[in-house]
Design a protein around this ligand. Structure first.
Ligand code: AMP
Ligand code: MG
Length: 350
């Protein structure tokens, strides 16, 4: 029997909870939410007048909608057209908004030793995760999974010269699901700054970047508990920091009592084992997004090594037994809010 999972937007809201202040301060907080990137996008602006905040939010929502349409992996989009060209072995022109995304993805894939691999769109599709609502589902056949994994699509198969992209492996199909929200958040923060806004959070379903403060105190961010309603922990975010979480609860289906989630291990072709959520703090959201996915895939054996390679110092992981492991830097920043507090281990990076 299968149990389809549909994302509950109420739940997504709880994922990153803004722990807001007293009512006099609330007057200076402008907040708006809309659905994009298959998730709830939440913009909070502090300390500007209402009109400036509303105009900024309107611009950001238009920008984000454009990115969503351009980078969409399964609706007809510039990305799906690019993927068709790559599959035919032809050189393709990359739209301007996508060039930095391709460049960042190449560099971050290298840094992650290929565990963050946006070239494996075929595998994501095979597992049924390239659709708006997850249907009742069964896992694909092992033989199909093995055959698709053996095609070994990699970002290193691509050559980007100016805006011309060519793949030396016609099985490369780009899927930016693990980095696009982070990069979109970075661009939204750049835009807010250009519009003269210096205190804000842009949060795309738990992928967020913060600038400035919430009045006279830092923004406080709640991290969702991967297996219980409500939050696991909170973090005070410093100016210009990003906090991103990859979790096995975001998109999944269950079959015969086993969870099959959307974070796939390019080495095996199956959903990555061992962790239920990985949260990282880093300066920019695109890097943090790719890193949280890569560390999730790296699993208990390799996460420390990959964190070191990617330059990530702040990491909190919950494993599939409900135990938390943190780096020393993260342990100094995090406050556990769940009751009971999980079993915790502090682990130093190499
Ligand atoms: P995230 O929630 O940021 O961890 O991204 C997960 C999404 O990225 C999935 O829905 C897929 O579209 C895609 N994806 C899954 N596994 C990987 C991987 N190992 N590397 C890159 N993208 C992936
Ligand atoms: Mg990611």
């Amino acid at each position: 029997m299968t149990f389809p999972h549909k994302k509950s937007h109420g739940f997504t809201l709880a994922l990153i909870l803004l722990l807001t202040a007293c009512s006099t301060q609330q007057a200076q907080l402008h907040q708006q939410q809309f659905l994009l990137f298959g998730t709830l996008v939440d913009i909070s602006i502090w300390g500007t007048d209402k009109q400036q905040a509303q105009q900024a939010i309107a611009q950001i929502s238009t920008d984000l909608e454009n990115m969503h349409n351009e980078w969409h992996a399964w609706h007809d989009s510039p990305l799906t057209r690019l993927n068709k060209m790559l599959a035919s072995g032809q050189s393709a022109t990359v739209p301007p908004s996508m060039v930095p995304l391709v460049q960042k993805s190449m560099a971050l894939s290298d840094a992650s030793d290929g565990l963050f691999n946006p070239a494996m769109g075929k595998l994501v599709k095979l597992w049924g995760f390239q659709q708006d609502d997850l249907p009742e589902s069964t896992p694909p056949d092992d033989a199909e999974i093995n055959a698709t994994t053996a095609l070994q699509p990699k970002m290193q198969n691509l050559t980007l010269t100016h805006n011309q992209l060519q793949s030396h492996n016609t099985n490369v199909q780009l899927d930016f699901g693990a980095i696009a929200k982070g990069y979109a958040v970075d661009l939204a923060i750049d835009k807010l700054r250009a519009l003269g806004i210096h205190n804000a959070i842009v949060n795309a379903g738990g992928n967020l970047r913060v600038i400035g403060k919430h009045g006279d105190r830092p923004w406080r961010i709640g991290i969702r508990h991967p297996r219980a309603p409500g939050i696991l922990a909170s973090i005070e975010a410093h100016d210009d920091e990003s906090i991103l979480t990859s979790g096995d609860y975001e998109r999944f289906f269950e079959y015969k009592g086993k969870r099959y989630h959307h974070i796939l291990d390019p080495r095996t072709g199956y959903p990555a084992n061992g962790f239920t959520s990985v949260t990282v703090i880093y300066h920019d959201a695109a890097t943090a997004d790719a890193a949280s996915t890569a560390l999730f895939v790296a699993g208990p054996q390799r996460w420390r090594e990959i964190a070191k390679k990617m330059g990530i110092q702040y990491i909190m992981i919950m494993d599939d037994k409900g135990q938390v492991t943190m780096t020393p830097a993260m342990a100094e920043r995090i406050h556990f809010e769940s009751n009971p507090t999980p079993h915790m281990t502090i682990s130093t990076l190499p």
